[in-house]
Design a protein around this ligand. Structure first.
Ligand code: BES
Ligand code: MN
Ligand code: MN
Length: 463
């Protein structure tokens, strides 16, 4: 029974945190070529953790796509619970870049505990949450010597760059991951102490828009007024793609969108959400923007949007340089909601950009990566096992929310493998994912482990 495992997890909790710190010291930034070795070291660390927990057939699986070699997947299994369901546990060990470094109170890859939190890049997204899975398995195997279910574990190293390697693996070797249910801990709780299941994620396309003007950089005094400026052109195009009221002006962009049901919207309205508090303390801006006829939760969960992440090119050094750059780029992504298809959205966007491209500018649109939106079913025994587990740990009823972020492989688990997926995450709204001073609330790390132990136990009782 899970009580012994829960006791073990409590006793060993401090060690679990020390191990997590070791993993957090590895800068496994998947987008950065200079960190390929670190990414692999993190994969090895996870594999060792799985072996230590008692998983079998633990191995790294190399990935590659048509254009490049990818970061390895980590796989492990334990398949001795004859007649019991099989659970697929998913997480990712790669992290986002830590810059701007000067904004961190303690260095991003030197984990530090402060007021019940552990601060480091990847603390909550997703090393800390992935490690909860490993430690839940260890707690069960070291006490009971057995698991209440069969388990397959897959941990990827390219989630933060689109997850193409795991997508290819699922397409080609999906049977290796065959399971009755998948458990993903890579989302947030709606509020502290409020157990939460995430039932929907937005999809995305991440693109680069490159604008070219003159054949070479030009003196802006000699040529300014006659030569096209690619930055100005990008600004003009961006302003036409997304209007000030948040509406995306690409023709057909909103076609086919499936709105949330009335029941779902009603449930969202009853969540403890204070817009002014959110503006002030989470966003920290003078105003919230976007489509004001939709609530903030709708705008971030069930409405598509577009954002600009950076505009490389031109002069960005200190001081001044008077130049008209020959080319400029904008990194632009769109978040997609159910009913939208990444390829179709990209095609509409690329066509629109050609149409609105200012005179004298050549524009090129590149798709960097994409992922489908997903809404998961809540009406199954696995979801009940999750809410029962969290009711025991938190003493509260679970709320169902969506997440505005994306986890590309979840759509493939559901659509390609037909595996119902439970998104049981333990992050908090102020955990600073992708931002400076990312943290994980340590109480949630421990409650997460206990919830996962109880969830696995509950799934073992499903037949
Ligand atoms: N864990 C996040 C996604 C997330 C965060 C979902 C909060 C729900 C609530 C994930 O690691 C992530 O950041 N994904 C990227 C995906 C992209 C790079 C393909 C994202 O959403 O930007
Ligand atoms: Mn994540
Ligand atoms: Mn992330």
């Amino acid at each position: 029974m899970s009580e012994a495992a829960v006791g073990y997890a409590r006793e060993q909790g401090a060690r679990f945190v020390e191990e997590l710190k070791e993993l957090l010291r590895i800068p496994s930034v998947s987008t950065a070529p200079e960190h390929v070795g670190d990414v692999r070291r993190a994969a090895e660390f996870v594999a060792d953790g799985l072996r230590g927990a008692g998983l079998e057939n633990v191995r790294l699986i190399e990935t590659s796509t048509a254009v490049r070699k990818g970061h390895p997947l980590v796989y492990g299994e334990w398949l001795h619970a004859a007649g019991k369901p099989t659970v697929l546990l998913y997480g990712h060990y790669d992290v986002q870049p830590a810059e701007p470094l000067e904004e961190w109170k303690s260095p991003p890859f030197e984990p530090e505990e402060r007021d019940g939190n552990i601060y480091a890049r990847g603390a909550v997204d997703d090393k800390g949450q992935m490690w909860m899975h490993v430690k839940a398995l260890e707690s069960l195997l070291k006490t009971d010597g057995t698991l209440p279910v069969n388990v397959r574990v897959i941990v990827e190293g390219e989630e933060e760059v689109g997850g193409e390697g795991i997508a290819a693996f699922v397409r080609e070797h999906g049977d290796t991951l065959k399971a009755d249910v998948a458990l993903v801990s890579d989302t947030e709780m709606f509020a502290p102490d409020l157990p939460t299941l995430c039932v929907g994620l937005r999809g995305m396309i991440y693109t680069e828009l490159e604008a070219k003007g003159a054949a070479t950089d030009l003196h802006s005094g000699m040529y300014g007024g006659a030569a096209p400026n690619p930055f100005v052109a990008l600004a003009q195009m961006i302003a036409q793609i997304k209007r000030e009221d948040g509406h995306i002006a690409i023709p057909g962009f909103y076609d086919g969108i499936e709105d949330p049901t009335k029941a779902e919207l009603d449930a969202w309205r009853s969540l403890p959400f204070d817009e002014e508090e959110y503006r002030r303390h989470e966003v920290g801006s003078t105003e919230l923007t976007g489509e004001t006829m939709f609530s903030v939760l709708e705008r971030t969960w069930s409405r598509p949007t577009m954002d600009v992440h950076g505009m490389p090119g031109g002069f960005i050094g200190a001081g001044a340089k008077t130049v008209i750059p020959a080319k400029a780029t904008a990194k632009i992504s769109f978040r997609l909601v159910p009913g939208m298809k990444p390829e179709e959205t990209f095609a509409k966007y690329a066509e629109f950009v050609e149409e609105i491209c200012p005179r004298g500018i050549q524009v090129k649109t590149t798709l960097i990566h994409s992922g489908e939106p997903i809404v998961v079913s809540t009406d199954n025994a696995y979801v009940r096992a999750a809410t029962d587990a969290m009711a025991k740990v938190f003493g509260k009823e679970t709320v169902f929310v969506r997440g505005g972020g994306s986890i590309p492989i979840v759509g493939d688990f559901v659509r390609q493998l037909g595996t119902p997926t439970v998104l049981m995450g333990f992050g908090l709204p102020d955990d600073n994912l992708h931002a400076p001073n990312e943290k994980f609330h340590l109480a949630n790390f421990h409650r997460g482990i206990e919830s996962i132990v109880r969830f696995l136990d509950g799934v073992g009782a499903v037949n």
